[in-house]
Design a protein around this ligand. Structure first.
Ligand code: 13P
Length: 283
């Protein structure tokens, strides 16, 4: 059965670690994440953006993750990442999804509150955990592109008001990370994170962790981050391995041959990120 991310994140908050949320796209990427998390005894979140849902189908995704969580004893959650369409979220909840992100961060503060509140009211009737975002990360996630001029950091006082007014369960904040890779090392605003942590008691979420140095992510976890989202850094080794495989074996057609090294390459990154989150032996 799928579990919500609520207890997972509260446990992480108490334990001083973060639960890694890996963006998955298909059976193979789900297998790599759950098999590795199981080996390391880490709780894990499998995240799907709207374009992943469009590509793989919500019914397939839910059944695949349910199968994984029946197979292993570690806490495994399926989470809708960066969803904007209220009706899509309600449909996924009715199909059994236990954790959702409603991303209304590109709307005004008041509109963001209104949209998030609607989802919270609906989701809580089904015991579903809701994540929302305040502030805007630079970069591209799915079709949503935010350039430098549109990005904004999370204001601590507004974060407090936002959480009180929406009743949301976890909050994604903008403190200097970006979606996708970085041109130079990101400078994270740790002071802002500390200020938010003083005012906001629910679990805090760090998006855009690909390319952020190990020690910087570790510091955000020490300062109160309980969930770390990783997407781009998993796609790169998978794709690089496939390119290398076909350069060496141009006539190979069997997916069981070329997908195995791609999965192994991705697994190395999953191990590093679970280690970075300090979540091993917490599952
Ligand atoms: P990255 O692709 O930068 O790791 O961002 C992932 C993310 O925040 C998904 O919500």
């Amino acid at each position: 059965m799928l579990v919500s991310t609520n207890q997972m994140l509260i446990d992480a908050q108490k334990g001083g670690y973060a639960v890694p949320a890996f963006n998955i796209h298909n059976l193979e990427t789900i297998q790599v994440v759950v098999d590795t998390a199981n080996e390391m005894k880490s709780p894990v979140i499998l995240a799907a953006t709207p374009s992943t849902v469009k590509y793989a189908g919500i019914e397939y995704l839910i059944k695949m993750v349910e199968t994984a969580s029946d197979k292993y004893d570690i806490p495994i959650a399926f989470h809708l990442d960066h969803h904007e369409d209220v009706e899509d979220i309600k449909k996924a909840i009715k199909l059994g999804c236990k954790s959702v992100m409603i991303d209304a961060s590109h709307h005004s503060f008041e509109e963001n509150i209104k949209i998030v509140k609607e989802i919270v009211n609906f989701a809580h009737r089904y015991n579903v955990t809701v994540e929302a975002e305040l502030g805007k990360l630079v970069g591209q996630e799915d079709d949503l592109i935010v350039d430098e001029s549109q990005s904004s950091y999370t204001d601590p006082k507004m974060a407090k008001e936002f959480v009180e007014k929406t009743g949301v369960d976890s909050l994604a904040i903008a403190i200097g990370t970006a979606h996708g890779l970085y041109k130079s090392e990101p400078k994270l605003d740790y002071k802002r994170l500390e200020d938010i942590k003083k005012l906001v008691k629910i679990p805090l979420v760090l998006h855009g962790a690909s390319g952020v140095p190990f020690d910087s992510v570790r510091r955000t976890i020490e300062d109160g981050i309980c969930k770390v989202n990783i997407a781009t850094e998993l796609k790169i080794p998978f794709a690089t391995s496939l390119k290398e495989f076909f350069a060496m074996n141009p006539n190979e057609t069997d997916p069981r041959k070329y997908l195995i090294p791609a999965k192994e390459a991705m697994k190395k990154v999953v191990i590093d990120k679970i280690t970075m989150c300090k979540s091993s032996d917490r599952g």
